[in-house]
Design a protein around this ligand. Structure first.
Ligand SMILES: Cc1cc2nc3c(=O)[nH]c(=O)nc-3n(C[C@H](O)[C@H](O)[C@H](O)COP(=O)(O)OP(=O)(O)OC[C@H]3O[C@@H](n4cnc5c(N)ncnc54)[C@H](O)[C@@H]3O)c2cc1C
Length: 466
């Protein structure tokens, strides 16, 4: 057994581990050991379906120190007019370059791919999945970059029984079976299910050949409002002001969601069906228009089993046949993990500190680690915001994000870091209005009064629905 020494042992070379290490490399001379069971950095992006793309612009994904993509605006397709979205292979190539061109040449990072870390061992230990060789690590701090527990469908069998003779694949299998099936059954209505439907529609499969099993309808963000840069700033700022007014005036949780939907920020699949799921799925209105072409929507709860003739669901059955391909899109990529202190002695547990902004959160935690000593203050600045799941979470997460943001602005120097952090897609010098401009100042003061009223009202609505 070999013994390694480093200031930090980072378990998990996914997007969060990589974004955290970037801050260490930029701001300190710390040494780092990174251990991951994958063959290259990027975590779940290595096993994701081949047609997946980022849901959000590449412009604010990855690590702070290096651009991802070329900040191009898509000219064609269902994302036309908006910032480009990296494919999974671009994301993997990007993280590989960060490792090969920045971390390893720094001489401060040792990287151990294809290795399993043993959380139960008395001393930090990992084992090569190839050779079986074990290493012990004497590390100043251990960083858990696995805690968010991301799962994609190809990582595990479907969570329901599938009889012999039934064709059932994760979305990874879709491109390889083109033309072999008459019908498609998409199981799951989260972002992966949406992506699978869009893949079929984009490849000229008739909507009538698609059956979509939708246990819960989901709210979706309109990607047009999640864009960086000057060109979008006015529209986004106006939308944000409208949302804040909606939150201040809402009479109930439903009324709040209706009012926010009226601003265009969130959308639903079917205006006649009230969504109960809130999972940060992000689409364009053109994508939603495509999804709405699918008419066979099965709202009978979750799938329990699939036989060659029938799909059994919580609330009924649905006919199927051996000429249909069932696509399992049910994995939980956003598991709601209990919030734990980010900083706890020599353990750092990476979690979201802004809803569905995991890489930003990991970089932010990295910055706090490199800039502060007081553990209580560090935890105060890094209050976790667990992933959303249902409509109440829209309010819970917004309140928690706002509380964190207010705390950060009050912390000397932190606002300046945020302003220049590439991963903070919501503030940068180009789009932040000049606070010395009297008109901007007046608008800011008026919005902050409404924001205070909105915070009180949202907390009340949350308590009423507890
Ligand atoms: C399909 C999909 C699309 C997404 N799109 C976006 C997007 O557009 N924008 C956005 O901000 N977020 C997006 N997300 C959210 C996404 O989860 C995060 O951005 C991020 O990639 C998560 O990274 P992670 O490091 O937390 O997790 P992971 O990618 O899961 O990385 C964890 C790593 O830890 C390793 N590991 C775990 N246990 C061990 C062990 N015991 N020993 C060794 N290694 C271990 C795993 O091998 C893995 O490489 C998306 C998620 C999914 C599923």
């Amino acid at each position: 057994m070999q013994t390694l020494t480093a200031d930090y042992l980072v378990v998990g070379g996914g997007a969060m581990g990589m974004a955290f290490v970037d801050e260490l490399i930029t701001d300190t001379d710390a040494t780092v050991v990174i251990v991951d069971r994958c063959h290259q950095p990027g975590g779940h992006w290595n096993t994701a379906y081949p047609f997946v793309r980022l849901h959000q612009p590449s412009a604010f994904y990855g690590v702070n120190s290096r651009h991802l993509g070329s900040d191009a605006i898509d000219q064609t397709g269902w994302n036309a007019g908006l910032f480009e979205l990296a494919t999974s292979s671009e994301v993997c190539a990007y993280f590989d370059q960060v490792m090969q061109q920045r971390y390893l040449p720094s001489g401060r990072v040792q990287y151990f791919p294809m290795c399993e870390f043993d959380w139960d061992a008395a001393t930090p230990t990992f084992r090569s999945l190839m050779s079986g060789e074990t290493h012990q690590v004497e590390a100043g701090k251990i960083v858990d970059a696995t805690y968010m527990h991301v799962t994609v469908p190809s990582m595990r069998p479907p969570p329901y029984a599938v009889a012999d003779g039934v064709a059932c694949v994760p979305p990874n299998g879709l491109p390889g079976v083109a033309g072999q099936y008459d019908d498609y059954v998409i199981v799951g209505a989260g972002k992966t299910g949406m992506d699978a439907c869009l893949f079929l529609l984009k490849n000229a499969v008739a909507p009538s050949a698609i059956k979509w099993i939708m246990p819960r309808d989901s709210w979706m963000f309109d990607r047009a409002f999640i864009q960086p840069g000057k060109a979008f700033a006015d529209v986004i700022n106006r939308n944000f002001a409208a949302q804040t007014e909606a939150a201040a005036d809402a009479e109930s949780l439903e009324d709040l969601l209706e009012k926010v939907a009226a601003t265009g920020f969130i959308m639903r699949f079917d205006e006649a069906v009230w969504p109960t799921m809130w999972r940060c799925a992000t689409v364009t209105s053109a994508e939603l228009e495509q999804l709405r072409r699918i008419e066979q929507i099965i709202r009978k709860g979750r799938v329990r089993s699939i036989s060659t003739t029938e799909i059994a669901l919580d609330d009924g059955t649905e006919p199927t046949h051996t000429g249909a391909l069932h696509v399992d899109c049910t994995a939980d990529g956003l598991e709601r993990r209990p919030a734990v202190p980010v900083f706890d002695g020599n353990r750092i547990t990476l979690q979201s500190v802004r809803t569905c902004q995991q890489v930003f959160s990991a970089a932010f935690i990295g910055h706090i680690e490199t800039s502060y000593d007081d553990e209580a203050l560090k935890n105060e600045l890094c209050t976790p915001v667990p992933h959303p799941d249902d409509n109440r979470d829209f309010v819970r997460c917004n309140l928690a994000n706002n509380r964190n943001a207010a705390r950060w602005v009050a912390e000397p120097g932190l606002a300046e870091w945020l302003l220049h952090a590439r991963l903070d897609g919501f503030s940068n010098p180009e789009t932040t209005p000049d606070p010395r401009d009297p008109e901007v100042l007046a608008q800011k003061q008026s919005l902050s009064q409404i924001a205070e009223k909105a915070a009180v009202n949202m907390q009340r609505k949350l308590d009423e629905t507890a």
